[in-house]
Write a protein that binds this ligand. Structure first.
Ligand code: NI
Length: 439
């Protein structure tokens, strides 16, 4: 029978456990139910308190993973166990727990143990274990001593810096992860092109989680640096901020300023990686985590994730995708970086390419612009500056277009100055005009 797994703050998880006195039928039934529950819930270990029984029993089993080179853990039942030897050598590994769904924490433990106890029929057993086997049994033995995964959390003081939407999923993920204590959120209401942001989503998230907010147009101002210093961050996480960070701040946190950059660095360093990815017709892109240095986007790489592009992405869509990919990348690799298990490596300088801030003029096209460029610009500049063309001194924004199977550019939607958005067909009828571009 599948049993209900007790979760998070259920007091039974903290209750002292009793030794098993009788290896009777009742015990056999309980162990069978535990095995069924562990397998059904895809766990690799289960301790009796987790199903509401305060007794010294745990089980574990793992089929093995050839790809990740993790050997199998045989089905093991441990009754009244005692760990009699721990290796001096320790290892860090990410652990989860059926009682804390979704929580993954990097835990340092001795790599090898000797454990003694009884099997389900009361026969004395002694196991020397290393790797995952040792890890799981230490975790389950913790449960029998009322120690939980959350007790292994070493909270890291962090400061988040960002303005645009790219960092929003990261901020939210860090705010809800017990491994991080966000002491301060630094943001600005202005983008790198000095445009006021319509809605500061970073600020919205900071308010939602009641995080202290500091707004500044100059992150390097001494009073701002002083406030960040007072927050005492071990790490600063930065995404989509639009201001250059100087050495005073770069050198302040022990683990530096970790920057989330939406490209496969060293490709597309600089202010507009997402737009440039689309303008260049890249087939692949990604997100890179770097330790920020004095030279923009040139710092050593902590980790990187790549993904394929379909060729129909707009900047808004790509940014949204990269924002979520960046949050998972940070959550999955920051603990290893902070633990010293992930050593940042230098970028290949010779392969670096650079992007610049775009201006209104970058969105201007005319009949001499080739159709492929127009189509890419419409997607790249969908948020700003948008694609503009002039017809008899009338500014017309081209909002959407696509190529037909014969590779002719078909314009779908436009917005003449002072009017609302309309279909291109309506525009042609109303304005007796056509927009043509080079093949
Ligand atoms: Ni557990």
């Amino acid at each position: 029978m599948r049993l209900v797994i007790r979760k998070t703050d259920d007091p039974i998880l903290r209750q002292p456990t009793e030794e098993v006195a009788a290896f009777d039928m009742e015990l056999q039934k309980l162990i069978d139910d535990m095995i069924e529950t562990m397998r059904t819930d895809n766990g690799i270990g289960l301790a009796a308190p987790q199903i509401g029984v305060s007794k010294k029993i745990f089980i574990c089993e793992f089929a093995g993973d050839k790809e990740a080179e993790i050997p199998e853990v045989p089905l093991t039942v441990m009754v009244n166990p005692k760990i009699t030897h721990y290796s001096k050598e320790q290892r860090r590994m990410v652990e989860g727990c059926l009682s804390f769904p979704g929580l993954e924490i990097l835990v340092k433990r001795p790599s090898k143990i000797t454990i003694e106890g009884y099997d389900r029929y009361g026969k004395k057993i002694k196991i020397d274990a290393d790797g995952l086997y040792s890890r799981v049994m230490q975790h389950e033995n913790d449960h029998l001593n009322s120690t939980l995964l959350i007790d292994h959390i070493k909270e890291v003081n962090a400061v988040f810096i960002g303005t645009g939407s790219l960092g929003v999923p990261t901020l939210e993920a860090m705010a809800t992860d017990p491994q991080y204590k966000i002491k301060l959120v630094v943001t600005s209401d202005f983008t790198a092109t000095s445009r006021k942001v319509k809605l500061n989503l970073v600020e919205e998230i900071a308010k939602k989680y009641k995080l202290p907010i500091l707004k500044t147009k100059n992150i390097n101002a001494p009073d701002v640096i002083a406030k960040i210093k007072k927050a005492n961050p071990e790490v600063v996480v930065m995404a989509d901020f639009g201001q250059i960070i100087k050495s005073d701040l770069l050198n302040l946190p022990k683990y530096g300023v970790v920057n989330i950059h939406p490209s496969l660095l060293p490709r597309h360093r600089g202010a507009s990686p997402i737009q440039q990815t689309i303008l260049d017709g890249d087939k692949m892109t990604g997100v890179t985590l770097i330790v920020a240095g004095e030279k923009m986007d040139a710092g050593p790489i902590i980790s990187q994730v790549s993904f394929k592009l379909t060729g129909s992405e707009t900047s808004t869509i790509l940014k949204d995708y990269a924002a979520n990919a960046g949050a998972s990348l940070l959550l999955n690799s920051l603990p290893y970086y902070l633990a010293g298990d992930l050593k940042p490596f230098d970028q290949k300088e010779a392969k670096a390419t650079y992007t610049r801030l775009f201006k209104y003029e970058d969105g201007l096209v005319d009949s001499e612009t080739d159709a492929a460029t127009v189509e890419r610009k419409i997607r790249a500049f969908d948020d700003w500056p948008k694609v503009h063309t002039k017809i008899k001194n009338l500014d017309v924004q081209i909002l959407a277009a696509h190529f037909d199977p014969e590779h002719n550019l078909i314009i779908d939607r436009v917005k003449p100055a002072g009017k609302t958005e309309m279909t291109y067909a309506d525009f042609q009828r109303g304005y007796h005009s056509e927009l043509t571009f080079k093949a």
